[in-house]
Ligand binder design. Structure first.
Ligand code: HEC
Ligand code: HEC
Ligand code: HEC
Ligand code: HEC
Ligand code: HEC
Length: 315
């Protein structure tokens, strides 16, 4: 069944394993990832020829002892993020646990913001203007690692207190299997859960949400809107921030949706205040995360509340 589930997953079917250039192969190809596990470099030494998609051997060591050790992981140590700490400009590390989290987060992390601005001058709160040089300003696609560990966003002052760090969902001491608890929970056949890594799927025109993982800690959840409807709350904050970013000219258009193929995130290149550029980065982080705050509700709520207030205070 693991084979069958994997065959349905985006890891297998997403198609982006052809992103095999040196800067992409490290996360998008089997070969590039194994090279990175050794070197921890941002790029492979050369483009990967004949790239293979993420597969059993990308994550599992699969030697041939014919014991459970065959399924040990290629990456268990804490993750040093590629994006630098926005306050200090230094590298920083987070521990997602050896049971799955460090493996997943080593790929599901933001790519560096400094690649998208002139002279690597990223926004500093209260600092000088920033020149955005790429319409793809923001955090590439998978900043889940940052969101779950409660790190990496710009912490504007405001009415909310930003505690930072993970909530229980992302704390390996409380949730040892971390990503796997929710994304690899027992599911329904080959459509959700297990090695599909999916927590929801579309069936008969409606979305089915797999709450099996949630209910290992919570009780009686029927969908992701329980316990205060965090997804609705965070979506509202993201949409309000988006509208202001567009009205101030830094962002091209209001995003029509928040799914991977409906997200519109392009920036207008040009020079902007640090406040606008940092606010856009924060929007991108939580929009690309795509859990609508569920990966870390207190962090998402506090960061976005203060980001919205900072934008509303602009002249
Ligand atoms: C080798 C890097 C790598 C590792 C390790 C990895 N992922 Fe992924 N993941 C990716 C990439 C790249 C994609 C997108 C694939 C594509 O579009 O071709 C992806 C896609 C996904 C998706 C689907 C997203 C969507 O929009 O459909 C989920 C969910 C996911 N990964 C969860 C996980 C979990 C949970 C783990 C740990 C058990 C994990 N990943 C480990 C790189 C990785
Ligand atoms: C740090 C790891 C990492 C690197 C480096 C990386 N990606 Fe990705 N990429 C991911 C992950 C993880 C996903 C899936 C994220 C998700 O579904 O939330 C993804 C998704 C994508 C997607 C799918 C988006 C969609 O709309 O379906 C494209 C396209 C993509 N990456 C292109 C690239 C290109 C081109 C490069 C090199 C310039 C690159 N990536 C480098 C981790 C990475
Ligand atoms: C993206 C990374 C990833 C890929 C790709 C992957 N696995 Fe896994 N696998 C995991 C994780 C994480 C767990 C632990 C899940 C948990 O805690 O529930 C796991 C668990 C397992 C287990 C249970 C091991 C045990 O000790 O109980 C087996 C067997 C397994 N995988 C086989 C496979 C096979 C076969 C493939 C290819 C078809 C595959 N895996 C692909 C990440 C991966
Ligand atoms: C507390 C449960 C939980 C944990 C822990 C968790 N996730 Fe998620 N994740 C979700 C939910 C819920 C969504 C929203 C998906 C949806 O609505 O389909 C999501 C969305 C995602 C997506 C976008 C998938 C898509 O289909 O749009 C990716 C990729 C992802 N998570 C990766 C991770 C990674 C990597 C980790 C560990 C570092 C992780 N998640 C930990 C619950 C969790
Ligand atoms: C490892 C145990 C665990 C899992 C798995 C888990 N939760 Fe939680 N969750 C908690 C705990 C404990 C709290 C309260 C303390 C905190 O936020 O750290 C919480 C808080 C929440 C909150 C309220 C946060 C806020 O600040 O308003 C929501 C909503 C929530 N969880 C939804 C979910 C959903 C949906 C899932 C499954 C996709 C899930 N949880 C999976 C343990 C868990």
């Amino acid at each position: 069944v693991k084979q069958l589930q994997y065959q349905q997953s985006t890891h297998r079917l997403g198609g982006n394993f052809t992103r095999a250039g040196t800067g992409c192969a490290v996360c998008h190809t089997h070969q590039g990832y194994l090279e990175r596990v050794e070197t921890n470099a941002l790029e492979t030494a050369a483009s990967v020829t004949d790239p293979a998609p993420i597969n059993c051997r990308t994550c599992h060591m699969i030697h041939t002892t014919y014991t459970a050790a065959d399924y040990g992981f290629n990456k268990t140590s804490p993750v040093t993020f590629w994006n630098l700490d926005p306050e200090t400009g230094e590298e920083y590390t987070a521990d997602f646990g050896a049971a799955a989290g460090n493996l997943c987060a080593s790929c599901h992390q933001a790519r560096p913001l400094y690649e998208r601005v002139q002279d690597a001058m990223v926004p500093m709160l209260g600092g000088p203007e920033v020149t955005i040089t790429s319409s793809r300003y923001g955090y590439h696609y998978g900043p889940q690692g940052q969101v779950i560990s409660g790190t990496g966003a710009y912490e504007f002052a405001g009415s909310a207190t930003i505690t930072g760090g993970p909530n229980t969902h992302g704390n390996p001491e409380a949730n040892a299997r971390l990503c796997a608890t929710c994304h690899m929970a027992a599911g329904d056949g080959v459509e959700v859960g297990g090695h599909t890594w999916r927590v929801s799927f579309h069936a008969n025109g409606s979305e089915e949400q797999n709450v099996a993982g949630c209910n290992t800690c919570h009780s009686g959840f029927e969908d992701f809107h329980e316990f205060g409807d965090v997804p609705a709350e965070i979506l509202d904050l993201l949409q309000q921030i988006d509208a202001i970013l567009v009205s101030k000219g830094i962002k091209q258009q209001i995003s029509p949706g928040y799914g991977i193929h409906t997200l519109h995130y392009y920036a207008n290149t040009g020079t902007y205040s640090a406040t606008l550029a940092a606010a856009m980065a924060n929007w991108a982080m939580f929009a690309w995360d795509r859990s609508k705050g569920l990966h870390n509700p207190p962090y998402a709520r506090a960061v976005l509340t203060n980001t919205l207030e900072a934008l509303q205070a602009l002249p």
